[in-house]
Ligand binder design. Structure first.
Ligand SMILES: Cc1cc2nc3c(=O)[nH]c(=O)nc-3n(C[C@H](O)[C@H](O)[C@H](O)COP(=O)(O)OP(=O)(O)OC[C@H]3O[C@@H](n4cnc5c(N)ncnc54)[C@H](O)[C@@H]3O)c2cc1C
Length: 237
């Protein structure tokens, strides 16, 4: 048997095994934000229990053959086993292409749901800062923050229309901040410097692209916040 046929057979066999370990979710609705690249995807996940979701989770979604990307469920309802993903799809990548092609009624394959180990710690102020790829993560943090009054922060938005949509659409203390630089750390730093947070009882959660996360972490350290007050998770670079 020549190598080409052998490789093709191996690929087919691996696909069969891969598909056996995958769980499926049903796409209930897809909403594309009009002037930005954000895609909201509502899912029904009958094979996953959400009753113990006490930390922010992420779903390892199959976006192409042997290709997986992580996306964060927010707004979950354990009774109906539904949740929403927010995918930032403005770039060229398999995850982005996959999300752009999803439609209502599609089946979505996923390997597992895993915890980021992030949850709002027991302190008086929980501040989340992130880019568009971390909208799901930040809204999940909001869902977990009790009492709700201690939660706030800011999310980068690429244009004014999305900023006003964000304000209209979400019941949230989060402020949408216009992104004036590629990775958004300058815009968020400018916003941050205008706030007056208590140096002692504040914990920051930084999520999104690695440049933004690492630069904001530096700024916060320069402002006097300790290592334990800054929880950072880079999503992409
Ligand atoms: C724990 C975790 C949770 C995550 N949750 C989410 C989520 O809820 N929503 C979400 O959108 N992403 C999320 N991500 C990021 C996501 O998993 C992918 O890494 C990202 O979407 C890129 O995948 P891709 O295949 O589209 O592009 P890739 O093939 O990974 O990258 C292609 C190119 O696009 C660039 N790129 C990647 N992402 C972006 C972006 N957002 N904006 C501009 N350029 C980009 C890369 O630098 C690269 O040059 C999460 C990541 C982690 C680790």
């Amino acid at each position: 048997m020549n190598t080409l046929i052998l490789n093709s057979l191996k690929k087919k066999a691996s696909l069969v095994i891969e598909n056996r370990v995958l769980k499926t979710a049903l796409v209930l609705e897809v909403r594309k934000w009009p002037s930005s690249n954000i895609i909201e995807i509502d899912l029904h996940m009958p094979f996953t229990s959400m009753h113990n979701w006490n930390e922010v989770n992420y779903i390892k979604c199959k976006v192409a053959d042997f290709t997986y990307r992580d996306y964060t469920p927010s707004g979950w309802d354990a009774e109906t086993q539904t949740c929403t993903l927010f995918v930032d799809a403005g770039h060229n990548g398999p995850g982005s292409i996959w999300a752009s092609q999803l439609t209502k009624g599609d089946e979505l394959g996923y390997l597992q749901v895993k915890s980021t180990r992030q949850t709002p710690v027991n302190t008086s102020a929980v501040i989340c800062l992130g880019d568009e790829s971390s909208i799901g993560h930040i809204l999940a943090m909001q869902q977990l923050a009790m009492p709700a009054a201690r939660f706030s922060g800011a999310v980068l938005m690429g244009d004014e229309h999305s900023r006003s949509l964000f304000n209209e659409y979400f019941r949230t203390p989060l402020q949408p901040v216009l992104r004036n630089d590629v990775y958004g750390h300058h815009s968020l730093t400018e916003w941050l410097l205008k706030q007056s947070y208590n140096l002692e009882h504040t914990i920051f959660y930084l999520t999104g692209n690695n440049t933004m996360v690492s630069q904001l972490r530096k700024t916060l350290k320069q402002q006097g916040y300790g290592q334990h007050q800054i929880k950072a998770e880079g999503f992409w670079s």
